[in-house]
Design a protein. Structure first.
Length: 365
């Protein structure tokens, strides 16, 4: 409920000072985005790995978090390495098949049935690997070498990016080791008279995030499996790669449909050999999307998530745009749970403040 206190000069100055402080913080975050990004990603990774670290502590019956932290990182590396070991051969084989198709298309003057002849020739030049090799002639290489300053600048940039990602790994280690103490330290920063309300908001955010991300990870894994199987049945190249890509993008609502672009490109290249027609093949892929999405949206999601995050699609797209603008990719990942929580607080504090006051009176009794 909004305060009924008059806007005195002192209160007005405090409000202006607070708004100015927030503006300065936002400006600094924008200026230091490249520095803060590894730290923010490290916090997000540590947040995901914290339950595994806690589980390792319980299994090993240790109070010190150093050993469980490194064990968690080793387990994560083993899982990722195992997945790479299992899928890498198939992926490399599919990439070789795609390269062969592109070479064959570049070698033959095959027009695309639904595009003008001039566009087909231009696309053939772009896909011709021999044409790409011709670009690396002695003259081109000399011109590239002569741009020494640009090359040095690029190398320095690569070094700095490498250092940033190495720092992210270090951040993850230290955040996981001191996770409970860091959380306790952040709580102590809150003034005593606001702690009850702030702690409640913090617990609500934590519960909302945990519930949402656990469900989304399960749904993303299921979606990846469905799409990998579906694309493999259809018989398009890069079926596993595209299926995994759909699963990764599934964490952000509606982003899985972005993969229709590479799927269309793959079907188009596959159809150039003449053995498979483009439209029936893309139709089968669209059918894979429809069936997989129906299973995920109408069977798995209601059973796993229920209506906890039920938002209007327009609100979802708006929240993705706003949070993505503020925090980039991380903002898009956390957009749905944060928007749901903000709407819940808006309902509680602004629309129905009487209901909240009634609950507080009951608790006081």
């Amino acid at each position: 409920m909004l305060s009924s206190r008059p806007f005195t000069f002192d209160r007005t100055m405090r409000i202006l000072f607070t708004l100015g402080f927030i503006a300065i913080v936002v400006w600094l975050m924008n200026k230091l985005a490249n520095v803060l990004l590894p730290f923010c990603l490290a916090c997000l990774i540590a947040y995901f790995l914290e339950p595994i670290c806690e589980f390792n502590m319980r299994i090993l019956r240790l109070r010190n978090r150093v050993v469980p932290t490194f064990l968690t990182l080793i387990e994560t590396a083993i899982v990722i390495g195992g997945l790479v070991y299992l899928f890498a051969p198939s992926v490399m084989k599919e990439i070789d098949q795609m390269e062969t198709m592109i070479r064959e298309y570049g070698a033959h003057n095959v027009d695309i049935p639904f595009l003008p002849h001039e566009f087909s020739e231009k696309l053939r030049d772009l896909l011709d690997l021999d044409h790409l090799k011709d670009l690396l002639t002695q003259d081109h290489l000399s011109s590239i070498v002569n741009k020494g300053v640009s090359l040095v600048s690029y190398s320095v940039g690569v070094v700095f990016r490498t250092v940033e990602w190495f720092l992210m790994f270090i951040y993850v280690i230290f955040i996981l080791i001191d996770y409970p103490r860091l959380m306790k330290g952040f709580r102590l920063l809150v003034p005593p008279k606001y702690r009850t309300e702030v702690y409640r908001v913090e617990d609500d955010i934590k519960d909302s995030m945990n519930r949402y991300f656990r469900v989304q990870v399960v749904l993303a894994l299921c979606a990846a499996v469905f799409y990998c199987i579906g694309f493999s049945i259809v018989g398009i190249p890069l079926a596993i790669v595209l299926g995994i890509l759909v699963g990764i993008l599934y964490i952000i609502p509606y982003f899985q449909y972005v993969t229709l672009i590479p799927v269309t490109a793959v079907c188009y290249i596959q159809s150039l050999g003449g053995q498979i027609e483009f439209w029936p093949q893309i139709g089968k892929c669209v059918l894979v999307y429809v069936i997989s999405q129906c299973i995920c949206d109408y069977i798995l999601t209601p059973k796993i998530m229920g209506k906890v995050m039920g938002l209007n699609p327009a609100i979802i797209l708006l929240s993705l745009s706003v949070w993505g603008t503020l925090l980039g990719l991380i903002g898009m990942v956390i957009a749905i749970p944060m928007t749901t929580l903000l709407l819940a607080y808006y309902q509680e504090y602004v629309i129905n403040p009487e209901t909240r006051q009634l609950h507080e009176k009951k608790k006081g009794q």
